[in-house]
Design a protein around this ligand. Structure first.
Ligand SMILES: *Cc1c(COP(=O)(O)O)cnc(C)c1O
Length: 360
């Protein structure tokens, strides 16, 4: 059996060097070698994003977002959380569980935030101290406008917090102007899942009222290693970062994505994110009623192409996703499109607005 073509948002297919790196003998997280490895890994992450500092945690992206919620709980003023998809909804849930004082601006999935909507929220609550939003909304494939959020927050002196988990490594992400931002090893950065990042710009102090594992300040205090770490995961991430050429990578993802979107559109598929707000690395397709996302996903997997469809929020809306988080060649994309042709729509596309599962 040949390895399937992987169009998942993660885990992605890693390079041989990265696979080799994870199998090296584990070293102590207290050793100088690990310290040096961690320093160089952090340096590369900061260089990629323009962040001042980063901490590398053992866990998935949800852990990093919980750490952001923990820091927000130290804020005295109220905040604002934006959502136009599953991951924005999750930020709202993170906040609720932490008992944060926040208002929410939740708009229909697949629609873009207008600056006027956010400004209106700021006007209604002039003492808003922070804003929390998702950069790349992985559920719909929308890329929310980070520059616009920076401008609006700058004007109001509100601290901007960003979930950049699926944007880092796939599109340029500039974190200056962002107070805290999150990322992971297993999506756009080409390594294994298991490491999560919190990027920040000024040194943090520990807080004895936070759970130990969620206290970003403890990481600062103990040189990034307050607890046991995994040299295997960090070595693999480092190997991937060493081979990451950001500009070339962003260009190739953008080009491949534009080609795929055009091909899919010509077959009559409806893509959830409008072109001008779409992230190149995630193409979410709203299937017509005549097709079933689970069956299509199963059939594509059977034929050797893994697409994303098994998440609850995708199945519920009859959506499938083609992701470009790994590395792809034109023959791989051709193979996928050959399979997608089986599902071409026979009728010309009608207005697809009814296909959106709007929030209740
Ligand atoms: C993947 C992802 C997360 C985190 O999910 P985990 O399953 O914990 O890795 C959070 N936000 C976004 C936008 C994501 O794409």
């Amino acid at each position: 059996m040949t390895t399937p073509l992987n169009f998942l948002p993660g885990p992605i297919t890693v390079r041989d060097e990265v696979r080799h790196a994870i199998h090296q003998t584990a070293i102590s997280h207290r050793s100088t070698d690990f310290g040096d490895l961690l320093v160089d890994t952090k340096r590369r992450l900061c260089e990629l994003t323009g962040a001042g500092y980063v901490e590398i945690l053992l866990g998935s992206g949800t852990l990093a977002n919980d750490m952001v919620a923990a820091q927000l709980s130290r804020h005295s003023g109220p905040g604002l959380i934006l959502s136009n998809g599953e991951f924005g909804d999750r930020l709202i849930d993170h906040a609720r569980r932490f008992g944060l004082c926040a208002r929410t601006l939740a708009i229909n999935w697949g629609t873009a935030f207008q600056p006027s909507q956010i400004e209106a929220m700021f006007r209604q609550q002039p003492d808003t101290r922070w804003l929390w939003a998702v950069h790349c909304e992985t559920s719909t494939g929308m890329l929310n406008d980070l520059t616009m959020l920076k401008t609006l927050c700058g004007r109001r002196q509100a601290a901007l917090h960003i979930d950049s988990i699926s944007s880092i490594g796939t599109v340029p992400v500039h974190l200056p102007g962002v107070t805290l931002a999150t990322g992971v090893s297993g999506k756009g950065l080409g390594a294994y899942p298991g490491l999560a990042f919190v990027f920040y710009h000024r040194t943090m102090t520990p807080s004895c009222s936070l759970p130990r594992y969620l206290d970003l300040g403890l990481y600062t205090k103990y040189g990034g290693v307050p607890f046991t770490h995994s040299s295997n995961l960090v070595t693999a991430l480092h190997a991937s970062l060493q081979r990451l050429y950001p500009a070339a990578r962003y260009d190739s993802i953008a080009e491949q994505s534009a080609w795929l979107r055009a091909e899919l559109a010509s077959l009559g598929f409806h893509m959830v994110a409008p072109k001008e707000h779409a992230t190149p690395a995630v193409i979410t397709i709203a299937l017509p009623e005549s097709l079933n996302a689970a069956s299509v996903g199963d059939e594509l997997a059977e034929a050797g192409c893994l697409v994303s469809y098994q998440s609850d929020y995708l199945l519920k809306r009859n959506w499938i996703q083609i992701c470009l988080m790994g590395e792809y060649t034109r023959p791989m994309l051709d193979a996928l499109m050959l399979l997608m042709r089986r599902y071409r729509r026979l009728r010309p596309p009608v207005s697809d607005s009814h296909l959106f599962a709007n929030r209740s």
